[in-house]
Design a protein around this ligand. Structure first.
Ligand code: SF4
Length: 402
C-alpha cells in the first residue's frame, strides 16, 4: 500500500471563523458594513467610499443600480442568505436550483450569486460561456468545501484505487464541493449528488461498483449509507492527514463506503440535547433537521431532509403546528416570519448564521452592481475549461439519475 503524503493538518480558516457572527439575541438584523467589518473574520477589501455608507443609502443605491441593469443580469439568493440581501434576489433557492435557473435563462450578461464560492463555480459550469458569474465577496467560501482540498483528494483516490485493485470504487461528491472535486468525480466514473437525491445516487453508484468514496461531508454520507442498510462498521472515515486516512488495510478492505472527514460547521452545531430540550418545552413539537447534521441528531428527530424538503414540509403543515428546525438560522427565521400561523424555531438557542454566507453584506452587492453599470466586472468566478468539462460530466450523470 502506498502511504499518503504527510501534510501538517490545517483547519480551514472558514471553520475557525465560523462563530464570528453568533449572537444571543434573536435578531439577525444587518449592521452597517463599517460595524460588521469589526467581526474577527477576513473580508474582501472594498473601495473606501462603500465602507461608510448607511443601510438606507445602500438599499436606495442597490435599487437604482439593479433597475439600470434590467434583464441583462440575474441576482440569485441562496436560502441561507440574510433577508437584507434576499430582498434583491430575482430567485431564491438551493445551490443547484439557482444555478439551473441561471443556465435556463437566455440572454444574460451576468449572474450575481449571493451564496458561497462553490455555488458560483457550479453556476459558471452550467451557464453559457458568455455569462459572467459574480460572487459579491470573494471571502464567502464554505467551511465544508474547504475541508476537501483537491491535492489531498487526489492522494486519497490514488491510494484507494491501488488498495482495491480490480474492485471498482465510485467517487460521489456532494454539490457542496469545489469544481476541481466535481471534475475528479467526472473523470473517474463518479457523480455529484444533492441532499435530496443522495440515496438514489448511492444506489446508482452501487450498481456500478463495489464501493463508494463520499466527499466532502461525512455526515450526509453516513446518514445515506445507514438509510440504505450499510452497517456503520462498513463505513470508514478518511482523514486527509493520516497515513491511509487513519485506517488499517483490513478496515479499508471491509469498507463499502469511505467517508471524507469533512462537515458543515453550521449543521454540526445541532445536538441531541437540543432536541430533548425542544421536546420538553413543546411536547407536541415536530423536529425536522438537515441530513448534514450528525447521525444521532437525525435519530432523535422526527424527520430529516434537504433545505427544499424542510421548506415544503413547514409550508404545507397545518396551522397551529410547532416546528423545531435544525438548519441555518436565516432560513429558519424566514420560515417563522412567512408562517405566522405556525410556531417555527431553531433548535440551537444561539443565533449562529453560516458565517461565510453572511459575508455577502448588502454593500458588497451594491459594489458589484455599480461596477457593472460602469462596465467593470469585479469578482468574476471562472472555472477552467478542462475542469468545467469533467465537472459537467459528473453533474449530467446526476441529472440522469433524477
Ligand atoms: S451552511 Fe455549511 S455547507 Fe452550507 S455554505 Fe455554510 S458552511 Fe457550507
Amino acid at each position: 500500500m502506498t502511504s499518503t503524503k504527510y501534510r501538517p493538518r490545517t483547519i480551514p480558516i472558514t471553520e475557525i471563523e465560523q462563530s464570528a457572527f453568533c449572537r444571543s439575541t434573536s435578531s439577525l438584523k444587518s449592521k452597517t458594513l463599517a460595524e460588521e467589518l469589526k467581526a474577527g473574520v477576513r473580508w474582501q477589501t472594498i473601495p473606501a467610499e462603500y465602507r461608510t455608507l448607511e443601510s438606507d443609502q445602500v438599499v436606495e443605491r442597490i435599487r437604482d443600480a439593479r433597475a439600470k441593469l434590467g434583464e441583462r443580469i440575474m441576482v440569485l439568493g441562496h436560502h441561507y442568505q440574510r433577508d437584507e440581501v434576499i430582498q434583491f434576489a430575482d430567485f431564491r433557492g438551493d445551490s443547484y436550483n439557482l444555478s439551473k435557473y441561471a443556465a435556463e435563462t437566455k440572454g444574460l450578461e451576468a449572474v450575481i450569486f449571493c451564496g458561497v464560492h462553490f455555488m458560483a463555480e457550479t453556476a459558471d459550469v452550467l451557464t453559457d460561456s458568455d455569462v459572467s458569474v459574480i460572487l459579491p465577496n470573494l471571502m464567502a467560501g464554505c467551511s465544508m468545501a474547504d475541508m476537501a482540498k483537491i491535492d489531498d483528494v487526489e492522494d486519497c483516490w490514488d491510494e484507494l484505487t491501488e488498495v482495491y485493485g480490480n474492485e471498482k470504487i465510485i467517487p460521489i461528491t456532494y454539490m457542496n464541493s469545489t469544481a476541481a472535486i466535481k471534475s475528479l468525480c467526472g473523470e473517474n466514473g463518479g457523480i455529484v449528488c444533492t441532499s435530496s437525491n443522495a440515496t438514489k445516487v448511492f444506489e446508482w453508484a452501487f450498481e456500478r461498483g463495489q464501493r463508494v468514496l463520499f466527499l466532502p461531508d461525512q455526515h450526509l454520507g453516513r446518514n445515506t449509507g445507514l438509510k440504505l442498510g450499510i452497517p456503520s462498521d462498513e463505513m470508514v472515515v478518511w482523514s486527509p492527514f493520516k497515513g491511509s486516512g487513519g485506517n488499517s488495510l483490513e478496515q479499508l478492505q471491509k469498507a463499502k463506503v469511505v467517508l471524507w472527514e469533512g462537515h458543515c460547521s453550521v449543521h454540526t452545531r445541532f445536538t441531541v440535547d437540543q432536541v430533548q430540550i425542544a421536546r420538553g418545552k413543546h411536547p407536541s413539537v415536530n423536529v425536522i433537521v438537515h441530513p448534514e447534521c450528525p447521525q444521532d441528531v437525525l435519530a432523535a428527530a422526527d424527520m430529516n431532509g434537504s433545505t427544499e424538503l424542510i421548506i415544503k414540509t413547514i409550508s404545507e403543515a397545518e396551522a397551529g403546528t410547532e416546528w423545531a428546525v435544525g438548519t441555518e438560522i436565516s432560513l429558519v427565521n424566514r420560515l417563522a416570519k412567512e408562517h405566522p400561523d405556525k410556531t417555527v424555531f431553531c433548535l440551537d438557542p444561539v443565533v449562529c448564521p453560516c458565517s461565510t454566507m453572511y459575508r455577502i453584506h448588502p454593500t458588497y452587492l451594491l459594489w458589484v452592481l455599480e461596477a457593472l453599470n460602469d462596465g467593470v466586472i469585479v469578482n468574476q468566478i471562472s472555472v477552467d475549461k478542462n475542469t468545467q468539462k469533467n465537472a459537467l460530466v459528473a453533474l449530467e450523470r446526476m441529472l440522469n439519475v433524477n
